[in-house]
Design a protein around this ligand. Structure first.
Ligand SMILES: [Zn+2]
Length: 467
């Protein structure tokens, strides 16, 4: 196996030798081979997510669990041998779910399985009871006659499609973010959203929603997929389906959380930074194993494998565990603002936030002239099953705020076929993580960080952000 790895890497190097210097020297490639073998033997990524989900559990931004997660990460990083460990403060909203309940009251009384959407206001004490009005999509609600919606609970029943790359999410999640505003603009008293889910289990999937100034703030909840089907069957029998919704969510103001940073200082170009990130916060319903304990495990393991080498990489490798991703990329924006002065020194950034893997494709957003370096890197990952993708990557949620400021990014695409079965539910727990998949993902991130921190290639200027 080892020989074929090198043959692939050398082949990729030779192909580009006429145009460019080799993107990687022999010592870098030798270490890369060793790191790949070492990472594939290691269970550190799984151990990290096991520790986080067991000892901390749910860690919604601003809560006591979030504070314990920060302390857990700081202690873990300090024990690993990083050259520097820092906490960077982030001001975060503190919202708590509280009690949530819904039932059909007329004509077929029965309970519904729901979850308040993050940031939702509570209902008035005692709840609200109203007729429901159903829409296939957010666009249908936006196009509706207000007379049809006024005084009712708007019910958006948009089904999500399953894809390996998760592209079914974008078209459906818009209704979670903007549905309550659209409903309120038509005079609705509340929003019931079919869960953004690829599963048929009876869990409701939470997630953040927003209000805008000048539009009434109405309560918003997700209902489980079978409950959405149930309401639709009832509506096929008669128009007048009455639902009672009760939410006791609380806005607890603002508090301070932290981006947790661990650094491996570069030996020859320490001012240049390769960022590998994940988010430390999670939703409160599960234990945030896939979202995003797995990412925390993957990038922490990658750093540990590089720290275990006798030699530091040329550039600095910075692990960033972002605060408050779930409630609006708040840690990511704080990082961007705090590091404004040195964003020009960010060589490349990537984030693991799509479960445990395995990783099947690497996309980039780098100067076209630097694509040979990306190709040579992917050649090193080919034995792990990774193929070369496109050059318009967004980098992942927290990292997506960087390309508009010129920072190159990569997308290490994980197989997300099942990801939205568990996403933001009580069922996002450790048992859903495949130890073999997370080992492969950690190995790929290890190679990414190591090779990018040693590449002899200029990645800027990047192609413009168009997506
Ligand atoms: Zn996430």
């Amino acid at each position: 196996m080892l020989h074929s790895f090198r043959a692939l890497a050398l082949g990729a190097g030779l192909l580009t030798a006429g145009l460019h210097a080799q993107p990687f020297d022999d010592a870098t490639l030798n270490h890369s081979d060793r790191l790949r073998d070492h990472a594939l033997q290691s269970d550190i990524a799984w151990q990290v997510v096991e520790s986080l989900t067991t000892e901390v559990g749910p860690r919604l931004a601003g809560t006591e669990g979030d504070a314990r997660a920060v302390a857990w990460a700081k202690a873990r990083f300090e024990a690993m041998g990083f050259d520097a460990v820092r906490l960077e403060p982030v001001t975060v909203p503190h919202w708590e779910r509280g009690y949530a309940d819904a039932q059909v009251t007329l004509p077929f009384p029965q309970p519904l399985v729901i979850s308040a959407l993050g940031n939702s206001v509570p209902t008035p004490e005692g709840g609200i009871e109203a007729r429901i009005v159903r829409f296939d999509t957010l666009a249908d609600l936006e196009a509706a006659d207000p007379a049809q919606v006024k005084g009712k609970l708007a019910f958006i029943d948009h089904k999500m499609e399953r894809f390996k790359d998760g592209r079914g999410y974008g078209p459906v999640v818009k209704a979670r973010g903007r549905g309550a505003v659209a409903a309120a603009q038509k005079g609705a008293v509340g929003l019931l959203l079919r869960s953004v889910s690829t599963s048929s289990h009876r869990f409701a999937h939470t997630g953040v929603m927003r209000y805008v100034d000048g539009v009434a703030k109405i309560p918003a909840a997700a209902i489980s997929p079978p409950d959405a089907d149930q309401l639709t069957r009832m509506l096929a029998r008669q128009d007048d389906i009455q639902v009672k919704l009760e939410l006791a969510s609380m806005d607890k103001g603002q508090t301070t959380s932290y981006n947790v940073i661990g650094e491996i200082r570069g030996r020859s170009q320490p001012e240049e930074i390769v960022v590998i990130g994940a988010h430390l916060d999670s939703w409160d319903e599960g234990t945030g194993a896939l979202d995003d304990g797995a990412g925390v495990g993957i990038v922490t393991a990658a750093a540990q494998h590089i720290l275990d080498l006798e030699q530091r990489p040329a550039r600095t490798v910075r692990v960033v565990l972002y605060a408050a991703e779930e409630i609006g990329l708040i840690g990511a924006k704080a990082y961007r603002d705090h590091h404004q002065a040195d964003l020009d020194n960010h060589y490349i950034a990537a984030e693991a936030d799509f479960g445990a893997g395995p990783i099947y494709r690497l996309d980039s957003r780098v100067n076209e002239a630097a694509r040979p370096a990306i190709e040579a890197m992917v050649a090193q990952m080919a034995p792990l099953g990774v193929t070369l993708g496109h050059n318009h990557s967004w980098g992942g949620p927290d990292v997506s705020v960087l390309p508009p400021l010129g920072v190159p990014v990569a997308g290490l695409n994980m197989d997300g076929t099942d990801y939205f079965d568990y996403h933001h539910t009580p069922d996002d727990t450790l048992d859903k993580i495949d130890p073999e998949a997370i080992r492969q993902s950690a190995a790929v991130y290890t190679l990414f960080a190591w090779l990018m921190a040693n590449a002899d290639s200029t990645l800027r200027p990047i192609p413009p952000t168009t997506n």
